[in-house]
Design a protein around this ligand. Structure first.
Ligand SMILES: NC(=O)c1ccc[n+]([C@@H]2O[C@H](COP(=O)([O-])OP(=O)(O)OC[C@H]3O[C@@H](n4cnc5c(N)ncnc54)[C@H](OP(=O)(O)O)[C@@H]3O)[C@@H](O)[C@H]2O)c1
Length: 234
């Protein structure tokens, strides 16, 4: 797909991976609508990006927003959805674990309510994460949510063809998702990535490149693209 002149709705488009994707699409001449609960997070945004407030968990508001911009060719969701529980299963707080699935339900809402407005030649991208297929102890929540997202994509891609649906799985990426600062932040990313084939945190722009690849390549659907510094092989 040549994205020039196409309309792209980017849920979670105001920070980190989603914002980097919004900027790349706008640079390439797409009309971008970047959406999140608090659009003030986006800071200064370039021309070609419109900010809109919406929560992926609010089905009525989401349906109204999609109808307002329909039809559109590109639909991306990188929205985290809500909080993420950490810890091992035997000590896991059940309510916290369940709440981590807000990301999955947000994605389900985006697909159910958004896909009917995506053009037949259109393309949809979701974002999972490496723990879906390689997790450390204590990552059971993000691992099982990520696994569910990847299974969702593999199934729904068969249901919405000829529209294309893919998922991009980032490894450890330096984004505002981590609130750590200074030396503590550097140390965190160094420790997290020390055993990776490429031992550093990735950037939001590197993940956005993966998202752009599956948007632009008309022969790719139903698959997962890993942008993880070789974490899966570490
Ligand atoms: N960074 C990493 O290391 C990493 C690794 C693996 C996977 N991922 C995945 O990559 C995706 C993007 O993460 P990121 O690192 O770019 O995080 P981020 O910088 O925190 O950005 C998350 C975005 O999602 C929006 N958002 C969250 N909940 C939302 C909701 N319910 N409705 C609408 N928008 C919502 C946020 O804006 P508001 O708060 O304003 O709503 C923000 O724009 C996430 O799915 C994350 O799980 C990240």
């Amino acid at each position: 797909m040549d994205v020039t002149g196409k309309r792209a709705l980017i849920l979670g488009g105001t920070s980190g991976i989603g914002l980097a994707t919004s900027k790349k699409l706008a640079e390439l001449g797409a009309e971008v609508i970047a959406i999140s609960r608090d659009v003030g997070r986006a800071g200064d945004i370039p021309e070609g990006i419109t900010l809109r407030q919406c929560d992926t968990l609010d089905r009525e508001a989401l349906a109204r927003l999609f109808a307002e911009y329909a039809p559109f060719e590109i639909l991306v969701s990188a929205a985290t959805g809500g909080t993420r529980a950490r810890g091992q299963l035997l000590e896991m707080d059940f309510e916290g674990y369940k709440a981590s699935f807000a990301k999955l339900w947000g994605y389900v809402n985006v697909l159910q309510l958004g896909v009917p407005h995506v053009t037949q030649d259109g393309t949809i991208v979701l974002v999972s994460g490496t723990p879906a297929r390689k997790a450390n102890p204590g990552q059971v929540a993000i691992s099982s949510v990520g696994g569910a997202v990847e299974a969702l994509v593999r199934t729904v891609a068969t249901e919405i063809t000829p529209r294309r649906l893919n998922v991009v799985a980032p490894g450890t990426i330096d984004t505002p998702m981590s609130s750590l600062e200074g030396k503590e932040r550097e140390e965190f990313y160094r420790n997290q990535t020390a055993k990776n084939l490429i031992p550093r945190a990735g950037t939001a722009e590197e993940v956005a490149q993966g998202i752009l690849f599956v948007i632009q390549n008309d022969f790719v659907t139903g698959t997962t693209i890993d942008v993880d510094g070789g974490r899966l092989l570490s």
